[in-house]
Write a protein that binds this ligand. Sequence first.
Ligand code: ADP
Ligand code: MG
Length: 337
Amino acid sequence: MPEAQMVGSSLEVRRPLLEVRHLVKRFPVGGLFGKKQLHAVTDVSFTLDRGEVVALVGESGSGKSTTARLIVRLYEPTSGEIIFDGKDILKTEPRKASLSFRGRVQMIFQDPFGSLSPNHSIGFQLERPIRIHKRARGEAAVRAKVYELLETAGLNPPEEMARKYPFELSGGQRQRVAIARALAVEPEIILADEPVSMLDVSIRMGVLNLMHRLKEERGIGFLYITHDLASARYLADRTLVMYAGHVVEAGESVDLMDNPQHPYTQLLLSAVPNPRAGLRTREVQARGEIPSLINPPPGCPFAPRCPRVMPQCRHTMPEVAQVGPDHWLRCHLFPPG
Ligand SMILES: Nc1ncnc2c1ncn2[C@@H]1O[C@H](COP(=O)(O)OP(=O)(O)O)[C@@H](O)[C@H]1O
Ligand SMILES: [Mg+2]
């Protein structure tokens, strides 16, 4: 929600840097003449501001990655608005021209090996975005910037790290390079899609702490995508719980995890702690499966699995209800108002 704030002597409406409104993505499936549609993302809305971490949690297939990819327009939304810095980028920026937007928003993927080029040195891979986005000019300035990025990402000594190739690095170091590369263009927002899921438990914490530092010290906003609720509670100011393409519950992270209201969130949090996953984490491993997203039936998507299902759940999607100062959910157990 935009907030009215006194700024200087004038009353200004301060809006968050990124606002996603009613985002929808349906993929056509089923061959040439298929008319079927896979409902990957349905009516997702949230805001993300500078210096804020928002977590997107949910089981595999719930639409988390698609949401991030829509924001950087790796996919074109079916409908909805993506308002960045006050402008609806879907209306004002053609997809191909969204490079400037991408300079302000960067994405980090789960597999740092896949996103780095095996044939180029780390230094070269960091120089390229600096040159493309003109963040430094001249050999010496570009090199200095590369070293500074490596140091920021905890890759020391930077002169040595710059000469290395991806295969010479550990998984954690590679993800730090991916973060350094994202930082090279000086983004205001980073969309991090399961950035620690493929890393050894012992090094996850270091990468999470790096993101926390970048939020605190540089005011970068993060969309932190994960299926690990404990790390979301640790890192994120607010958390959105996704199920089958819908945001079913959202709120301040600690409040949401300590007082989950939606039966799905409760199920996630009651799932057995996974002793291998570190952080004394609870990986999302609730029983049952996400329903088919192809031409899904009306009603709450969680109804078939819900221990508290009621007749209306099977035919009507619940409205959004507020259950705390910053705590929202969609569930017929909580009618709005
Ligand atoms: N390019 C695509 N074409 C068709 N279906 C897709 C595509 N990308 C994702 N999906 C489907 O959309 C749903 C949500 O996927 P995804 O966003 O990757 O979920 P998550 O990241 O939460 O695991 C899944 O059913 C997935 O198979
Ligand atoms: Mg994903």
